[in-house]
Write a protein that binds this ligand. Structure first.
Ligand code: B4P
Length: 182
């Protein structure tokens, strides 16, 4: 089983849901930039207040802030890891590449979770987080297409990307991911 992983997909694709299940079963460190940023927001720090404004509009938080959060965590992990929601831009992907070279832990596989827009919107509206309303979801999808989707090509060219149909039920998607990484 591959143990240095990235899950990528549009907002609401189920990256967090699948990453939680996968990390629990295979004892990997789960690094979710969304969760780490929400922790920062709850702490009320200056960085958290800056992040909160952007997240509530569906914008991406600055690459510098996200990188500083990830770098600190990744360097100290002894076991396998799963990146969920990072990288989200080509710039973040380049920085990740350098960081992984430095710690000599190359990325082994990228799971691209593909879900149609109608399902994404339905799931996010049902979840109802602060950034889950129609206007903000539309902006998050637009930013995903512009800034994050180019990473699909990048990792396909590297030969490490596997596409998974994320429209199915949670347990079915999970089995597909296990099969792809087994
Ligand atoms: P994230 O926290 O990463 O959230 P997400 O992309 O919206 O959701 P995810 O795909 O994880 O969906 P989930 O499993 O929760 O990002 C939030 C914000 O943080 C971003 O907009 C941005 O501002 C900021 N941010 C994060 N990382 C960043 C970075 N690297 N750079 C800059 N900014 C960054 O599933 C959603 C819902 O669907 C849940 O309710 C779940 O139960 C349901 N669901 C999941 N799978 C399902 C299935 N198969 N069937 C039915 N329902 C399902």
């Amino acid at each position: 089983m591959k143990k240095k992983l990235l899950f990528i997909g549009p907002p609401g694709a189920g990256k967090g849901t699948q990453a939680n299940l996968f990390c629990t079963k295979y004892e990997l460190e789960h690094l979710s930039t969304g969760d780490l940023l929400r922790d920062e927001v709850s702490s009320g720090s200056v960085l958290g207040r800056k992040a909160s404004d952007l997240m509530n509009k569906g914008e991406l938080v600055s690459d510098e802030l996200v990188l500083s959060i990830v770098e600190g965590r990744l360097v100290n992990i002894q076991k396998g890891w799963l990146l969920d929601g990072f990288p989200r831009t080509v710039n973040q992907a380049n920085s990740l590449k350098k960081l992984l070279e430095k710690i000599n832990q190359p990325l082994e596989a990228v799971i691209s979770i593909k879900v149609t827009d109608d399902y994404l919107i339905k799931r996010l509206l049902a979840r109802g987080r602060e950034d889950d309303n129609e206007k903000v979801i539309a902006n998050r999808l637009k930013i995903y297409r512009e800034k994050t989707s180019p990473l699909i090509d990048l990792y396909t060219k590297q030969g490490i990307l596997v596409g998974i149909d994320g429209n199915a039920d949670i347990d079915v998607v999970f089995s597909c991911i296990e099969n792809a990484l087994g």
